[in-house]
Ligand binder design. Structure first.
Ligand code: ADP
Ligand code: 5GP
Length: 206
């Protein structure tokens, strides 16, 4: 019995790191650097009905599925959160998140603000980081120079950016991605600090 209790106490669940940002602010670039530098952080690959961009590969950037497939997964409760973003479905696999946390690893979710808030409700210990450029003009320039979306898509994403920024106050950290290296270092510092976070409901010192 003592052994079982000790085991239970020693099990360390991983944490969830939510990174949200208006499209073009640099979250994918920053997340790439974060997962490369820390093998304990595992990035979740979302499901989406969006058409793959040039250079994107199924099961690498996303699991690209049809609307019918996505709606079937919704019915089967396969997502821990899902949302319609810029007119497409996006969702995070529940199974993946739970299995990764149970292994003691941290899960990195690169999701929109609707998804971020849904995750925070279910996993209150999650760390919420919002990334933004210095201003909306720079955001526009980044979307144009990324050269992956048409003018109409860029316009829609910029309009949505204004709404997404309204949710900033519900996040815990803001990182301005002006200098990329500094932004990556700031995110790393925030993540490093998580191990000192007080865990609610945990019995300390007994
Ligand atoms: P998101 O994932 O938020 O849509 P990306 O990571 O795709 O954004 O970045 C958008 C574009 O901006 C990409 O072309 C990327 O290389 C570029 N980028 C990212 N961070 C910076 C930065 N600090 N300075 C200049 N360009 C950047
Ligand atoms: P993109 O099409 O540019 O890759 O992503 C568009 C938006 O969808 C981004 O804000 C991105 O963070 C968000 N997104 C990606 N995957 C998910 C997901 O699983 N859930 C939610 N809610 N948003 C996601």
């Amino acid at each position: 019995m003592i052994k079982v209790n000790k085991l239970k106490k020693d099990i360390k669940l991983g944490n969830i790191i939510i990174i949200s940002a208006p499209s073009g602010a640099g979250k994918t670039t920053i997340c790439d650097a974060i997962v490369k530098s820390d093998k304990n952080i595992i990035r979740s690959i979302s499901y989406t009905t969006r058409i793959p961009r040039r250079g994107e590969r199924d099961s690498r950037e996303y699991f690209f599925v049809s609307e019918i497939e996505f709606e079937q997964m919704l019915k089967e409760n396969k997502f821990v959160e899902s949302a319609i973003v810029h007119g497409n479905y996006y969702g995070t696999s529940k199974d993946f998140v739970d299995k990764t946390l149970k292994c003691g690893k941290n899960v990195l979710l690169e999701i929109d603000v609707q998804g971020g808030l849904k995750i925070k409700k279910q996993y209150p210990q999650s760390c919420m980081i919002f990334i933004m450029t210095k201003n909306l003009n720079i955001l526009k320039q980044r979307l144009i120079s990324r050269n992956k979306d048409c003018a109409e898509t860029i316009d829609m994403r910029l309009k949505n950016a204004k709404k997404e920024i309204q949710c900033l106050k519900k996040y815990e950290y803001l990182v301005i991605n002006d200098n990329l290296k500094k932004a990556i270092d700031s995110v790393k510092t925030i993540i490093r600090s998580l191990k000192y976070k007080v865990i609610k409901n945990k019995n300390y010192f007994n």
